[in-house]
Write a protein of this length. Structure first.
Length: 401
């Protein structure tokens, strides 16, 4: 098995995922195209050497449908020999796409490949693709289906996280994200989104609320109490009968924001990097995916982290920094509790609570963020992971070159 090296990583800013958001007028195809153009231009690539582009997309319907990865390849004026494929592993789609691209390089199927993702949530709403899991009573009952927010509140209840605990985590996420932007920590990877005339449409993450406080968050009502009262609390209590009631603590201020965004990560073999006179920035140490209990749904990161560490022959303490998508505050809090990870090593630049979660792109964005952060700090290893719908987890360990 060969090595897969990361040569570059770019992402768009995250735009608010609503009609008033700055990226709403940018089509999903255009949004997916711009990171690909940036990868080509920044690295002076002969794109005939890029064998494949793998993009995550969680709602591949409408303008995001019909294999948007391949169409974006063509729209970005890559060589027609560059293939493209769209994949969906719910919230981990972007990281899974990167893992697939890296795997192609490691096995020799590709000499150079791009992983990434796209989600225009203001134009193609979350859930637009439908699916049997929540809609078919047979499978919904069998798997104790409940919306993710119910799972997040169940984690808080089961593991003892109070409303103040999750709000405090959210405030810290906002502070870290604001500091990261103020210090230019994302400047190496951020590409401004351009409109049709070439003007800058957005050059910063616009979902952030750096003025968030415990007082302002305390004024927000729980988002999932109503769903729980509709019967989902009872469904979860059947799966976890030790819980007398579900404590609903999550709301818009301590959950991930709905945003638009896209990202791309360039992988290649050592030989292909030398051919293009590219300097490797990091290499893949290990990759893993795992299934977890689907009712509570969001506990997968802990288990997939353990699986990836085992594959790499590493321990929890061997990782310098961790990045776990902040789908809800209780998700990283649980992983820190179960694996005894200090908050100083987790999501050091803030996360999706502050900056938002463009479903199909987030994993690739986080991977690029960790490459930048390892270089900025001189640290050696990072682990990126995400919780996943239907009870799964995906993780990637990288090592700075």
């Amino acid at each position: 098995m060969g090595e897969a090296y990361i040569y570059d990583a770019v992402r768009t800013p995250r735009g608010k995922g609503k009609k008033s958001g700055s990226l709403h007028e940018i089509t999903a195809l255009d949004l997916a195209t711009q990171p690909l153009k940036a990868i080509r231009e920044r690295n002076d690539l002969d794109t005939s050497n890029v064998d494949d582009v793998v993009f995550g997309c969680v709602s591949p319907v409408g303008e995001q449908g019909a294999d948007i990865a391949r169409v974006a390849v063509l729209n970005a004026d890559y060589a027609q020999t560059t293939a493209g494929v769209q994949i969906d592993r719910f919230c981990a789609s972007g990281l899974e796409a990167c893992n697939m691209a890296a795997s192609k390089v490691m096995t020799g199927e590709a000499d150079m490949a791009i992983g990434g993702g796209i989600e225009s949530m203001s134009r193609v709403p979350m859930g637009a693709a439908g699916g049997a899991w929540p809609a078919d009573p047979q499978v919904a009952m069998k798997t104790y289906f409940a919306p993710q927010g119910i799972g997040a509140d169940t984690i808080a209840t089961k593991y003892g996280f109070s409303r103040d605990d999750v709000d405090a985590y959210a405030v810290e996420s906002q502070k870290r994200a604001a500091k990261a932007w103020d210090e230019g920590r994302f400047s190496k990877s951020i590409i401004a989104v351009k409109d049709q005339m070439g003007g800058t449409q957005l050059d910063h993450d616009e979902h952030m609320r750096p003025d968030a406080s415990m007082q302002s968050l305390a004024a927000l009502n729980p988002s999932f109490a109503g769903m729980g009262a509709m019967g989902f609390d009872e469904v979860i209590k059947q799966r976890y009968p030790e819980l007398e009631a579900i404590n609903h603590v999550h709301h818009a201020g301590n959950s991930s924001g709905i945003v638009d965004g896209a990202a791309a990560v360039l992988f290649g073999s050592k030989e292909m990097g030398e051919k293009h006179d590219l300097k490797p920035r990091a290499r893949i140490r290990a990759m893993a995916s795992i299934g977890s209990e689907p009712g509570i749904m969001l506990t997968g990161p802990t288990y997939v982290t353990q699986k990836a560490l085992k594959k790499a022959g590493m321990e929890v303490g061997d990782i310098d920094i961790y990045e776990l998508n902040e789908a809800f505050a209780s998700v990283p809090m649980l992983m820190m509790q179960l694996l005894d990870i200090d908050h100083d090593k987790m999501n050091v630049n803030g996360g999706a609570i502050a900056m938002g979660h463009p479903l199909g792109a987030t994993g690739a964005m986080l991977l690029g963020t960790m490459v930048d952060e390892l270089e900025r700090t001189g640290k050696e290893t990072a682990l990126v992971t995400l919780c996943v719908g239907a009870g799964m987890g995906t993780a990637t360990i990288i090592e700075r070159i």
